[in-house]
Design a protein around this ligand. Structure first.
Ligand code: FA5
Length: 352
């Protein structure tokens, strides 16, 4: 009987070693261990017959069984290492990163060209010592018109026919009401001269066309101090024109009318396209109109509690949309408000 059992163990070793050799995954290997040496395994079945052997035969079979364990474990460990290595290689191959693949380009937004223009204007005037003051877009009739020397029923109101919310409340038609709001707050004795700019949205019942929008942007400028003259206004606006449109630019003042300035002027900048020769941009005149301005009317100062005998000032109102159109050669104001990315993305400029 011992011979027969030894033979069985021997065959089992051969078979187990072959099975181990053929195994191709850690799971398969673990299953083999259970099938051969587990509680109901092949070797265990043979071991159970040990009790039927003679006393001196038992160690002989035991030796065979031990040999089985030694050989099985040796082959098992070797194969396990080999499989672990293979599985790691397979995983690494699967997770390989191709560093030569081109990256995905992140699309990035652009600040709106009107925002960029407003900020450029703000920077320019901050550099000249101005402060930036914002006013409300929903404004009182009093500030928008009356304090701007435009009493009720004044015919000049028609030029800015507006959106009324009630008798007294409206969407402001220009940034000029910020003049009155600032003047009444400013303490000249304590704070000294006033130099401010005020950018923002304005609204008019204008019909939209290539150069007019019912909603657009202005930037108000106001300087009030003793003995301010038209020469100060001209010097300031020349500096602005050169900084914004180019060193070569000249300006000219033409008489005009605004109820809140006296005298009033329209300011033209020499055409940056043709240099004054005459072209389609300047309509063959050599000049382009960019803003309205003037010497602050004494009534405006007095209504805001400023002594017009001691103080004088100049004010100007730039159309931000207009100067952006001129500077960037944009042919229709409506492009600003249509959110067409093909238009907006052209103004990446210095932004990244
Ligand atoms: C005014 O609004 C005055 N408040 C400007 C001013 C301020 C004068 C201080 C004197 C002292 P005006 O209506 O001309 O003025 O408008 C000023 C600028 O706004 C114009 O030169 C133009 O550039 C722009 N503008 C006027 N209407 C429109 C519109 N519908 N769409 C786009 N821009 C406009």
């Amino acid at each position: 009987m011992i011979k027969e059992l030894q033979e069985q163990v021997h065959t089992l070793i051969e078979k187990a070693l072959e099975d181990i050799k053929q195994a191709s995954s850690s799971q398969e290997l673990q299953d083999l261990r259970v099938n051969y040496t587990g509680k109901k395994g092949e070797l265990t079945k043979i071991s159970k017959k040990m009790k039927d052997l003679d006393k001196e035969e038992k160690p002989q079979l035991g030796q065979f069984i031990n040999q089985f364990h030694t050989k099985f474990n040796e082959a098992f460990d070797l194969k396990q290492k080999q499989i672990a290595q293979e599985e790691l290689q397979a995983q690494l191959a699967k997770e390989t990163i191709d560093v030569t693949l081109p990256g995905r380009i992140q699309s990035q937004g652009v600040r709106h060209i009107l925002t960029q223009t407003r900020e450029e204007l703000e920077d320019l005037f901050l550099g000249m010592g101005y402060q930036i003051i914002e006013g409300p877009e929903v404004e009182l009739d009093t500030y928008n018109f009356e304090r701007m020397n435009l009493p009720r029923n004044h015919p000049a109101r028609d030029m800015q026919d507006t959106f009324y919310i009630s008798e007294e409340v409206l969407l402001r038609t220009h940034t000029s009401p910020v003049q009155a709001r600032t003047l009444e707050q400013h303490n000249f004795e304590k704070d000294g001269p006033l130099k401010m700019v005020s950018p923002g949205k304005v609204f008019r019942r204008d019909t939209d066309d290539a150069t007019h929008s019912h909603q657009f942007h202005q930037m108000e400028g106001l300087v009030v101090a003793p003995r301010i003259t038209l020469a100060d206004l001209k010097g300031t606006l020349l500096q602005f024109a050169k900084a914004f449109f180019g060193e070569e630019r000249e300006i000219r003042l033409r008489p005009s009318f605004f109820s809140f300035t006296e005298p009033s002027v329209e300011v033209d900048v020499s055409c940056f396209k043709c240099g004054g020769e005459g072209c389609s941009i300047c309509k063959q005149t050599g000049w382009i109109e960019v803003l309205g301005a003037g010497i602050v009317h004494p009534n405006v100062l007095e209504m805001s509690g400023v002594d017009a005998e001691r103080y004088s000032g100049f004010a100007f109102g730039v159309g931000i949309d207009r100067v952006a159109m001129l500077k960037y050669n944009i042919d229709d104001i409506r492009h600003f408000y249509q959110n067409d990315l093909r238009f907006l993305n052209q103004f990446k400029g210095g932004q990244n």
